[in-house]
Design a protein around this ligand. Structure first.
Ligand code: HEC
Ligand code: HEC
Ligand code: HEC
Ligand code: HEC
Ligand code: HEC
Length: 445
């Protein structure tokens, strides 16, 4: 065996120390804004990619209205009041405004001041990542800005930069470095890459890129050769088309014909056909997915059907109720006697597919950094099918004839009572119909 000389040991040690300093929290203030090129520089050649990125959430991660509200109204003041949350609120920028974080410019200027923090997750940030420091979490990518741009294709030539293949651009961990997040209490408050890793798509070798950066024939720059080019569209929950039909839905009654004084029950099947992770994923503290079932009788009278209980632990959080929650917002907002706002804001009795996040008092929170525990995980895993039953004791005055029953699967990026309370623009809490299905049965005398 070769013996390591003292010199080599010293080099190795320095290497691992500087290595550790360059990733995650250790990278705060380790760079200058000027170390990174602006997206507009890349635009001159990679025009299409630039335009795609401009429209993607990636280029708005810092400037987007709801991010600005949560960061400046909740996270920053919370960090000022409770010392342990100061590094956490600085850390928001590690993923949302990484250039500002690397430059030590935290909190960065407000979006309206048009600083370089506004570049959000930029071209040069992503293309100067050379590795991930351990299991992917909390922006632990290693950034080496400079002449060399890294990517997934070997042997490319560019007049503007050195171009190098790096296999980190072919693995889901690359995305996971920002799409997994652990808070100061050790809770994984975001785990998109981990959900993917335990699901069928990782076993089949289908990483994030396949679905979020689909390839199309073309050239990435005027002087490039034609080939299959990765589209930088990053469609997600902010894109209705991406959401729609991600889950297949069907509904059927247990009987085609039912006496007017009878009981009828329906089964709804929900199949996560398209997502490589759970639905909802990512900002799970904000997002809800729910099933709304309604019947219309032959005289046009409408009925809302509540879901049957299954009886699992924590189920009460998966059925819409008239409850208050999110009381911990009182601390950063400086509110006295704040009782919270409505937990769900949707029709009582509807099934909700979600995972509740709890604060130290066991009350639901949307402040992921303040989460002490997670509740029941009732989301729909990749390729999982969830069955829900609706048993309906029809009212005595039900009209005879055909009854149509419709199941709607709705999605909301941010629970509406919270959005209204914090004055978040309406589009963040609009109800998006993901899918729907209908069935009929006949009521007889
Ligand atoms: C003067 C034109 C020009 C400019 C400006 C330019 N590039 Fe390129 N870039 C190219 C060409 C040409 C290629 C090779 C494309 C091919 O052959 O498919 C390329 C390839 C790439 C690749 C692919 C690497 C790989 O191996 O997969 C990346 C990543 C990249 N550029 C990033 C950037 C970034 C980031 C910027 C801005 C900081 C930028 N480029 C600016 C011309 C340019
Ligand atoms: C979130 C990180 C991220 C951002 C932001 C990003 N890219 Fe990429 N880019 C990637 C990854 C990952 C690939 C490789 C995808 C693959 O091959 O599946 C890639 C591929 C490329 C390629 C090679 C395309 C091909 O297939 O020939 C070019 C060129 C490129 N990016 C330029 C840019 C430019 C210019 C911007 C900004 C306008 C940008 N990228 C923003 C992650 C990013
Ligand atoms: C430097 C951190 C970072 C990296 C690396 C990164 N992302 Fe993101 N990504 C973000 C942030 C922050 C957002 C949230 C933007 C917002 O809504 O504020 C986001 C948003 C998204 C969205 C849009 C979600 C929506 O709600 O519409 C998708 C899809 C996505 N990322 C996929 C990927 C994929 C695939 C990769 C790997 C190629 C990747 N990301 C790498 C930070 C990152
Ligand atoms: C098999 C295809 C597929 C794969 C693989 C996949 N996704 Fe997705 N992703 C989707 C679909 C479809 C949606 C839209 C439904 C939804 O929002 O969950 C989505 C949504 C998202 C969103 C938005 C979620 C939200 O609520 O804002 C993010 C972020 C995201 N994906 C990141 C990733 C990352 C990171 C990976 C890899 C670890 C990945 N995806 C792998 C298909 C995929
Ligand atoms: C480890 C990376 C990471 C850290 C740290 C992080 N975020 Fe995020 N954040 C993301 C990603 C990725 C998404 C997109 C997930 C999705 O689409 O569901 C996101 C989404 C969000 C959203 C929802 C955006 C929308 O449009 O629905 C808000 C608001 C937000 N983050 C604020 C914050 C604040 C405030 C902090 C600090 C307390 C923070 N984030 C820390 C990665 C991070």
């Amino acid at each position: 065996m070769k013996r390591i000389t003292l010199m080599e040991l010293a080099v190795l040690l320095t290497f691992s120390i500087t290595g550790a300093q360059q990733a995650g929290e250790h990278a705060l203030g380790s760079r200058k804004y000027d170390d990174y090129e602006k997206p507009e520089v890349c635009k001159s050649c990679h025009t299409r990619i630039y335009q795609q990125w401009r429209q993607a959430m990636m280029s708005q991660a810092y400037t987007h209205h709801w991010d600005e509200i949560e960061y400046f109204d909740l996270a920053v003041p919370h960090g000022e009041k409770v010392a342990m949350f100061k590094p956490v609120s600085d850390g928001c920028n590690g993923c949302h405004a990484p250039l500002a974080y690397l430059a030590g410019d935290v909190p960065p200027p407000r979006p309206e001041e048009n600083s370089r923090a506004n570049e959000s997750v930029s071209c040069d940030l992503c293309h100067t990542i050379t590795g991930i420091d351990g299991d992917p979490v909390n922006f632990n990518w290693i950034s080496k800005p400079g002449q060399t741009k890294y990517g997934a294709k070997p042997g490319l030539k560019s007049p503007h930069h050195i171009t190098k293949f790096n296999d980190v651009f072919t693995i889901a961990e690359y995305c996971g470095s920002c799409h997994n997040e652990q808070n100061p209490f050790g809770i994984y408050v975001k785990s998109t890459q981990m959900e993917w890793a335990e699901g069928p798509y990782s076993a089949e070798g289908v990483p994030c890129f396949v679905c979020h950066m689909p390839k199309a024939k073309g050239r990435s720059a005027p002087m490039a050769e034609e080939g299959m080019v990765a589209q930088h569209i990053f469609l997600g929950a902010h894109n209705e088309a991406k959401l729609k039909s991600a889950i297949e839905i069907s509904i059927h009654p247990d009987e085609q014909e039912v006496p007017y004084d009878g009981v009828v029950s329906f089964q709804v099947e929900l199949f996560n056909a398209k997502a490589g992770h759970k639905i909802p994923t990512g900002s799970v503290e904000d997002r809800i997915l729910w099933l709304d079932v309604r019947a219309v009788d032959s005289e046009g009278k409408k009925y809302h059907l509540p879901v049957d209980k299954k009886g699992f632990d924590g189920e009460e959080y998966t059925i819409a109720a008239d409850e208050l929650a999110y009381k911990d917002m009182a601390v950063p907002l400086d509110l006295k006697n704040f009782k919270g706002v409505q937990r769900d804001g949707i029709p009582v009795g509807n099934r909700i597919f979600r995972m509740p996040y709890f604060d130290e008092n066991g009350i639901m929170t949307i402040m992921q950094w303040n989460t002490r525990s997670l509740g029941v995980d009732y989301r729909i895993a990749p390729r999982e099918t969830k069955l829900e039953t609706f048993t309906w004791e029809m009212p005595d005055d039900i009209a005879f004839g055909n009854i149509t029953v419709t199941a709607r699967l709705n999605y909301q990026k941010l629970v509406k009572p919270v959005a209204d309370f914090l004055n978040v623009p309406a589009e963040e809490s609009e109800i998006i119909l993901m899918n729907e299905a209908s069935t009929t049965f006949k009521v007889y005398d």
